[in-house]
Design a protein around this ligand. Structure first.
Ligand code: PLP
Length: 367
């Protein structure tokens, strides 16, 4: 049997007929930038997340970047302020901080969830700390209740990187994107809510920030050819918005299917040498990724591939060991490094069949 890591055509195909209809309307609208589709998606995605506002933007990195730039024009952040970030994340989280000329302060994750550790955040706070960036890695929320408490007590901004966790819920019922001052979402095609290209959004209940980021995404302008800020071109495309409106309707079902498949892995994988992802008590995982840790990760990956199973590594090199951040090469984050050395992502998507997942289990258990 051949098992793809992710068959995007199969994921997207059921939504194509509705897209054809909506594309016809889009083509005939004669309006191709920041029009009715973006407005409607923003309204629908805000309602989904439970936030008063959503601002559609070009991608997930830009969403986070715009949040930080937005706080800068509002005077809540300034160049050089410290932002506590997880060492164990995709590099984009950290780039959003460095590109905004803020100073990332990296901290280790919690050993069970692989997400930023609230205890480590507390230890890293200095007189220059102004914000914490929580990343919901692999589809599991960071411990937002603990982080909210810390940020409240120390008057820090709390920002979520919800790129991998569309639809993840906290035990109080609130969704990813509604657990902080502002959240950045990525709709990169492979994400749980994936576009047909690059796309992203910001969700927030901060009306002032909405005004700032709406201008900043569009050359710093609220009124055509009048520019308040040195802004960017970071707008969400109309046709991506139209597609996302269609895909959004299927998101909860798709996430439930991911959870069903994760349950099969949780129950049937041999745990002798393998560490399976733990679902934290405080929230519902949406398994964007099903990460296992194994001391012989590379051999295990080879064994799976020889048996027709594609896997991926999220991620092979931690941000502080990347060439791009070579000035951090002396940093040591043992837990982050262990995760990067041992992590393997097993196939999990709404279109994988039970037979495929059972086959992965059998091949895994043979190793
Ligand atoms: C955790 C995380 N943050 C940010 C991003 C950036 O999103 P994008 O690729 O849409 O810029 C991604 C995805 O690529 C991600 O996985």
């Amino acid at each position: 049997m051949q098992v793809k890591f992710l068959d995007l055509l199969k994921v997207n195909e059921p939504y194509f007929p509705e897209l054809m209809q909506s594309t016809q309307e889009f083509l005939e609208s004669g309006w191709y930038i920041l029009g009715n589709e973006v407005k409607a998606f923003e309204k629908e995605y805000a309602a989904y997340c439970g936030t008063p506002y959503c601002v559609g933007v070009s991608n997930g990195l830009d969403a986070l970047r715009l949040i930080f730039e937005g706080y800068k024009v509002l005077g809540k952040l300034k160049e050089g302020d410290e932002v506590i970030v997880p060492a164990n994340t995709y590099i984009a989280s950290i780039l959003s901080v460095t590109q905004s000329r803020l100073k990332p302060v990296l901290v280790e994750p919690d050993a069970e969830t692989y997400n930023i550790s609230p205890e480590e955040v507390l230890k890293a706070i200095t007189s220059k700390t102004r914000a914490v960036l929580a990343v919901h890695l692999y589809g599991q929320l960071a411990d937002m209740e603990a982080l909210q408490e810390i940020c409240k007590n120390h008057s820090l901004l709390l920002v979520e990187d919800a790129a991998q966790a569309h639809g993840a819920t906290c035990r109080n019922g609130k969704l990813a994107g509604n657990l902080s001052d502002a959240a950045g979402h990525s709709f990169y095609p492979g994400k749980n809510l994936g576009a047909l290209g690059d796309a992203g959004a910001i969700t927030t209940s901060d009306e002032e920030l909405v005004g700032a980021v709406q201008a900043l995404r569009n050359y710093g302008s609220h009124k055509k050819y009048y520019n308040m800020y040195e802004g960017f071109n970071m707008r969400l495309d109309e046709n991506q918005a139209a597609w996302l409106r269609i895909r959004l309707k299927g998101l909860d079902n798709e996430n439930n299917r991911r959870r069903e498949l994760a349950k099969v892995y949780n129950e049937k994988l041999n745990k002798e040498k393998l560490i399976l992802p733990l679902e934290a008590k405080y929230g519902k995982h949406v398994y964007h990724i099903y990460p296992v840790l194994h001391p012989e990760r590379d051999n295990l990956q080879k064994h799976l591939l020889e048996n027709g199973i594609q896997t991926m590594v999220h991620y092979p090199v931690p941000p502080h060991k990347q060439e791009a951040f070579k000035h951090w090469s002396n940093y040591s984050f043992p837990l982050t490094e262990k995760i990067h050395n041992q992590e393997l992502s097993l196939p999990i998507s709404p279109v994988h069949t039970n037979e495929e997942i059972e086959y992965v289990v059998n091949v895994m258990n043979q190793f």
